[in-house]
Design a binder for this molecule. Sequence first.
Ligand SMILES: [Fe+2]
Length: 391
Amino acid sequence: MKFFIIIFFTLFAYLNYSIGNFYFRALNISGSSLKISWLLYILATVTIIAAPIVYRKYPQKYPGFFYNSLQWVGYIFFGIYSVLAFFMLIDQVGFFFYHHLGHPDKEKQSLVLVVLANISFIVTIVVSWAGYFSATKNPELKRISIPIENLPDDFHGITILQMSDVHVGQTIKSRFVNSLVKMSNELSPDIVVLTGDLTDGAHSELAHELIDFKKINAPLGKFMIPGNHEYYWGFDKWITHWEELGFVPLLNEHKIIQKNDSQVIMAGVHDYSAHRIKKTYLSSPSMAINNAPENLVKILLAHQPRSVYEAARVGYDLQLSGHTHSGQYFPFNILIYLFQPYVKGLSRHKKTWIYVNQGTGYWGPPNRFGAPPEVTLIELIKADVVLKEKA
Ligand SMILES: [Fe+2]
């Protein structure tokens, strides 16, 4: 373990030195300005490392001004650094090709590098600034209707409000939770579902931030499933806490939702990768509908979109997911398409609909440039009604 920590810090230090060196030279900073720039830069680097260490090792129930400031500053710089590092890489690759495509004039070469670095620096500031405002505003409401085959008449037009990846923790607190509860109750959905990564921290430190979730109203039920982050911070305590807040946890199990004489199945699973922490946490969409009545419409709550492969095989009609944050901010909201089969919005995998909420809060850096936070209001409609309307 010590070996990996040493490797990590060595790489981190080298990366930060490279970023600083690249931009300070390109921006033509020299003399005492350079010394001050390096000093501020190193301080910023320290906050990136210090923020998560202090958060995990020295949690406080009611963090003070300095504690809170460290979290905000550390994670804001984390976001800035990640974008700067990406652009430095792009600039270096671009410069490499420029150099090797026959432009030997040294003056011209250094001018190109300066121009590239200046553009990158300005774009990073814009991405970080605009992304900050996007992340810290109230989430956007997305409304969507999904046609479901064999949906009972009684369930035609019912609404499910989905929130995902709220990540209450370092910089997201009860104020944000209050705004979500208010938004949900104003929309008066029939069902509310939370699809994982709801908190980032210990139960003893964060439980009081979530109290208002108890006020959420949903006549046909409130359900939750864990995301990968729930397993990092005392899984059992968090699941019990969500039960106390009136939410039904669905851990490879289902509940039947009854309306008049009709029923649909609401199932949920452990996170797709939770078995790496404990074998009994294996995510299983098929186990989740063990002993369920046949021929009912089946809805699955699964944190990661990748669960849809098994969900489709088992015959679910709809899967609701989160996890991707749609990359959260530039350039990751483009790169994420390389790693995830379904990144945001509504798609269909074979006969199973999948809706991916792009995240109601944010993880780590308060930056959501190009991927604003979202609350989703899903309306279920009978598929044959849609076909008749189209005919
Ligand atoms: Fe996640």
